[in-house]
Design a protein around this ligand. Structure first.
Ligand code: FE2
Length: 304
């Protein structure tokens, strides 16, 4: 019998298109002329990639806030996608020519587990589908080689239609379904939550988008909440983060409303494991943190 699958690491991997722009990968058409405002986050991603280089994995499973599905949780279900993704807010920064493979078998397995748990679900079978920039940006920044397949999960509207509490309860069920499917699949998975933290943002842009004098936290309320959440992450208080999530989401207009972080915490089964905060910084005033829960290293230490 094959080995049971597992989540190798859980990762909070925010997706500001600015970070792709500043990195000048060949896939992105706009070119940055200088490093500027977001070096803390870029360094954070570099540290994360160095940590992940110590682990083997088979697949990246991403939950994204920018594939918004009116009803239910959708899963990419075509083996290969290609196209150009343009950020609708920042087309001057992000026009990315993507080509990615999908682990359709695992995607269908998570879909089936979620459906069996009573969630509304659907496989997305349109080969012309334009993959959202949240999935692309997070996967690129975590693993720019694009040599592993991806599972991408949409953001349902439960929190927006009902309440933050209802949304999080649904993400609890979806996270648990994701975990069961990964374990049954034998895959070694990285799970990515693609959201930022506090999300109040400026509504104008400087002439030079990388002008470091422009970039700062939107206000102290937002910053204080981010510091609090990062403190809980470092202390291994994963269950408390989930419990406080509705208030955080409400008071920080946080992108956690789309469910990614709640899904990730549930998929990891709320490990009492201190996370590593690789970097924190603002992008147009929003709070962004690159964070990992290195579950494989924790398993190795526990069995030593
Ligand atoms: Fe976003």
């Amino acid at each position: 019998m094959s080995e049971p699958g597992r989540i190798v690491a859980g990762i909070l991997s925010p997706h500001p298109p600015h970070l792709i722009y500043a990195s000048n990968p060949p896939q992105n058409e706009p070119r940055s002329s200088r490093a500027g405002a977001w070096n803390g986050l870029l360094d954070g991603y570099e540290k994360l990639r160095a940590e992940l280089a110590r682990h083997e994995f088979d697949v990246l499973v991403a939950h994204t806030p920018h594939w918004k599905t009116r009803t239910g949780h959708h899963f990419l279900g075509v083996p290969h996608f290609e196209g150009k993704s343009v950020d609708p807010i920042f087309p001057n920064l992000f026009q990315y020519n993507f080509a990615l493979d999908i682990d359709v078998e695992l995607s269908e397995a998570i879909h089936d587990e979620a459906a069996a748990a009573g969630l509304s679900t659907r496989m997305m079978r349109n080969p012309e589908f334009r993959v959202d920039y949240g999935t692309i940006t997070s996967c690129h920044l975590v693993h720019p080689a694009w040599d592993k397949p991806v599972v991408a999960i949409s953001s349902a509207r439960t929190a927006f239609d009902y309440s933050n509490e209802a949304g999080d309860q649904e993400m609890l069920a979806l996270g648990r379904a994701t975990r069961r499917a990964i374990e049954a699949s034998g895959r070694r998975a990285l799970c990515l939550a693609s959201n930022s933290l506090s999300h109040r943002h400026f509504t104008s842009e400087p002439e030079d988008p990388e002008d470091p004098s422009f970039e700062h936290v939107y206000n102290e309320n937002q910053s204080a909440w981010d510091r609090h959440i990062l403190g809980l992450m470092k202390a291994g208080e994963t269950r408390r983060i989930f419990d406080e999530m509705p208030d955080f989401t409400e008071q920080c207009v946080a992108e956690t409303k789309d469910g990614c972080l709640s899904w990730l915490l549930a998929a990891m089964d709320f490990p009492p494991l201190p996370a590593t905060v690789h970097g924190y910084g603002t992008v147009i005033g929003t709070g962004n943190a690159v964070v990992s829960w290195d579950l494989d290293s924790a398993r190795t230490e526990a069995s030593a």
